[in-house]
Write a protein that binds this ligand. Structure first.
Ligand code: GAR
Length: 220
């Protein structure tokens, strides 16, 4: 696909940026139907910024701290940056600021987030430690459209990861992260191909193939 035809995605980050890297790697393929127009970080010096720069993607830093409690002013600066780069989709990839209802409404059905659990279970921080403490047998990751509450909104796709008896929060996080890196570029591709159809709180993915059978634990 000609780069000029590729849909424009902006990525908001706060940290090391491994999910951003998965997107950068995906968009490098000539037939990928989206490109990253800008990476915006609220954290100066975030590792994600170096990843974007290494890939030749324009970056912006909008530090939330000078805005103090004025979240709307911070988000107005974010929106100005997103509009300037012509973003059609905004992807939260480890962006660790809560967004106001106004910002979420402005980008409704054009704002997606990745979270390292099978939502709506285990919203928030320290996901993997809480998964282990709860004794669930399966966890995973979710990509969803963003609605005002934290880690809430219509689910687009999920990947399931088994929890092993010997897992620590670190080993589990590492296995979930592998799936995050597959899921996010896949969802952005589906969006760019026009296959995502959010209706209210439910998303249909055109042409989706659903596994025929469930997973049962333990299997032996
Ligand atoms: C990822 O695991 C992502 O799912 C999580 O932050 C990590 C960012 O890692 N996001 C959330 O917890 C959102 N509630 P990365 O910077 O290496 O992509």
């Amino acid at each position: 696909m000609a780069r000029s035809q590729a849909r424009r995605v902006a990525v908001l980050v706060s940290g090391r940026g491994t999910n951003l890297q998965a997107l950068l790697d995906a968009v490098a393929a000539p037939d990928y139907p989206a490109r990253i127009a800008r990476v915006v970080s609220n954290v100066p010096g975030a590792g994600a910024l170096a990843r974007a720069e290494a890939a030749g993607v324009p970056v912006a830093v909008i530090d939330h701290r000078p805005f103090g409690k004025d979240r709307s002013a911070f988000e107005a600066a974010l929106t100005a940056e997103l509009e300037a780069c012509g973003a059609e989709l905004v992807c939260l990839a480890g962006f660790m600021r809560l967004l106001t209802d106004g910002f979420v409404a402005r980008w409704r059905d054009r704002l997606i987030n990745i979270h390292p659990s099978l939502l709506p279970a285990f919203k928030g921080l320290d996901t993997h430690a809480r998964v282990l403490a709860a004794g669930v047998r399966f966890t995973g990751c979710t990509v969803h459209y963003v609605r005002p509450a934290m880690d809430a909104g219509p689910i687009i796709a999920q990947a399931v990861v088994p929890v092993r008896p010997e897992d620590t929060a670190q080993t589990l996080a590492a296995r979930v992260l592998v799936e995050e890196h597959r899921l996010l570029p896949a969802v952005v591709r589906w969006w760019a191909e026009g296959r995502l159809h959010p209706e209210g709180e439910v998303v249909t993915v055109a042409g989706a193939i659903t596994p025929a059978a469930g997973l049962v634990n333990p299997t032996a």
